[in-house]
Ligand binder design. Structure first.
Ligand SMILES: NC(=O)c1ccc[n+]([C@@H]2O[C@H](COP(=O)([O-])OP(=O)(O)OC[C@H]3O[C@@H](n4cnc5c(N)ncnc54)[C@H](O)[C@@H]3O)[C@@H](O)[C@H]2O)c1
Ligand SMILES: [Zn+2]
Ligand SMILES: [Zn+2]
Length: 402
């Protein structure tokens, strides 16, 4: 089968690899029809992780089941399914409590596994024609009869929509509250969408890419371009000097200053300053235990200088980590089905798998207009039912959904 293979820093190629297949009786085999490129793929693409060469990338996957192992009960051939990026077992101590991002079975010795991901187990990714899904009964999210029409929405249930939602959960967002979000990439935009759905009174989002900020404005968020002045000062002004009730970190360890120089503690310390005393901060942007590729001495060892004194005096709380996709994905699926959520409004490109290397280049450069790429391994035009996401009407629906 064809797949997108990581060959080294900024070097990915589409080539033939051995077919994905059923390996255990609890597996399912899924023919992938949509698979996204994620900001997390970029940490690997840039060589900023210990990703092994030769591995297939892709953890945001949706498709149709073509084969099931002999003990799979619930999932049938022909089902349309979206796969959480976490590979989890369903029966370990963490999975039992809904913390499927920290499964103790699927990546022994660590907590948490994912498809096509550095340090998260041996699982091959879905930027390919087929994907092997372990513990299929537990991991497959079945999609309703509008699966193909709303494929570009449902594929966001694999990661970024639940992850944006998770950011707002970790921060503790409640109806009527104000929320500030650092990072207006796909994850930050999904956190904004989630905060709106939860009834936030004010959603403020910080980035420096005008195209991304314009998307956030389309759903009613207040955009702050931090290359045009201090984000913290503007947020304090917008919140009567108090700071926002809640803050979300949706950038991660490669956060940078307006000139593009990485400053690994920038967003964390800005959040402490931008969130009110006793407010909550949710961190879904990725931070890693070691970052040898960083220019920062401390960051090489996974450390940052954090304003702990101010954080303590303000009595804030902080929560972090990978999203437990299964904790939210079926509720978010139902919001999409009921037209109460429309995550596809951020999609900028739908491309064939062969175009993936080019797409990685543009997305990695955060080129203007490259907000979110969906790859369709069967070809970009092959599903006549799929709603194009480029239509204005789709964006209007996202606004209407709030
Ligand atoms: N916790 C999880 O489960 C989970 C899941 C998916 C992605 N992630 C992580 O979330 C982060 C964002 O992902 P994405 O797909 O949106 O990626 P992205 O890289 O496209 O978006 C990040 C955005 O942050 C902006 N940014 C950089 N420095 C900034 C700063 N100092 N202040 C404000 N904005 C700044 C960039 O301009 C960019 O638009 C990544 O670290 C990714 O790995 C985590
Ligand atoms: Zn992702
Ligand atoms: Zn588990």
């Amino acid at each position: 089968m064809k797949a997108l293979v990581y060959e080294g820093p900024r070097d990915v190629v589409v080539k033939n690899v051995p077919d994905a297949k059923i390996e255990r009786p609890t597996d399912a085999l899924v023919k992938i029809t949509s698979t996204n490129i994620c900001g997390s793929d970029l940490h690997m693409y840039e060589g900023r992780t210990d990703m092994e060469k030769g591995r297939v990338l892709g953890h945001e996957n949706l498709g149709q089941v073509v084969e099931v192992g002999e003990v799979v009960d619930r999932i049938k051939v022909g089902d349309w399914v979206c796969l959480p990026f976490n590979v989890s077992c369903g029966f370990c101590k963490n999975c039992e409590r809904g913390l499927t991002g920290f499964c103790l079975t699927t990546n022994p010795g660590t907590a948490g596994a994912a498809y096509g991901f550095a340090g998260m187990g041996p699982y091959s990714g879905g930027q390919a024609e087929y994907l092997r899904v372990p513990y299929a009964d537990f991991n497959c999210l079945k999609l309703p009869d509008d699966a193909q029409e709303k494929e570009n929405d449902y594929v966001m249930l694999s990661d970024i929509f639940p992850t944006g939602w998770h950011a707002t959960e970790l921060a503790g967002v409640k109806p009527g509250e104000s929320v500030v979000i650092y990072g207006c990439g796909p994850v930050g935009l999904m956190a904004a969408h989630s905060a709106m759905i939860k009834g936030a009174s004010k959603v403020i989002i910080v980035d420096l890419h005008p195209d991304r900020l314009a998307l956030a404005e389309q759903i009613g968020a207040i955009a702050i371009d931090y290359s045009k002045g201090s984000a913290v000062e503007q947020i304090l002004e917008l919140t009567d000097g108090e700071g926002a009730d809640r803050g979300c970190e949706c950038v991660g360890y490669q956060c940078h200053d307006p000139a593009g120089h990485e400053v690994p503690n920038a967003t964390m310390n800005d959040l402490v300053k931008s969130v009110r005393a006793t407010g909550g901060i949710g961190v879904v942007g990725v931070f890693i235990p070691e970052d040898p590729g960083s220019r920062d001495k401390l960051a090489k060892k996974g450390k940052i200088v954090f304003d702990f004194g101010l954080f303590w005096v303000k009595g804030q709380h902080i929560a972090t980590g990978q999203a437990n996709v299964k904790a939210y994905n079926h509720y978010l699926r139902d919001l999409i089905h009921a037209d109460r959520a429309k995550p596809s409004w951020i999609v900028s490109h739908e491309l064939a798998l062969d175009e993936a290397p080019e797409a990685y280049k543009h997305f990695d450069a955060r080129d203007n207009g490259w907000t979110k790429v969906i790859l369709h391994p069967a070809g970009a035009q092959k599903n006549p039912k799929r709603q194009s996401t480029q239509k204005k009407a789709v964006r209007k629906e996202a606004l209407h959904a709030h």
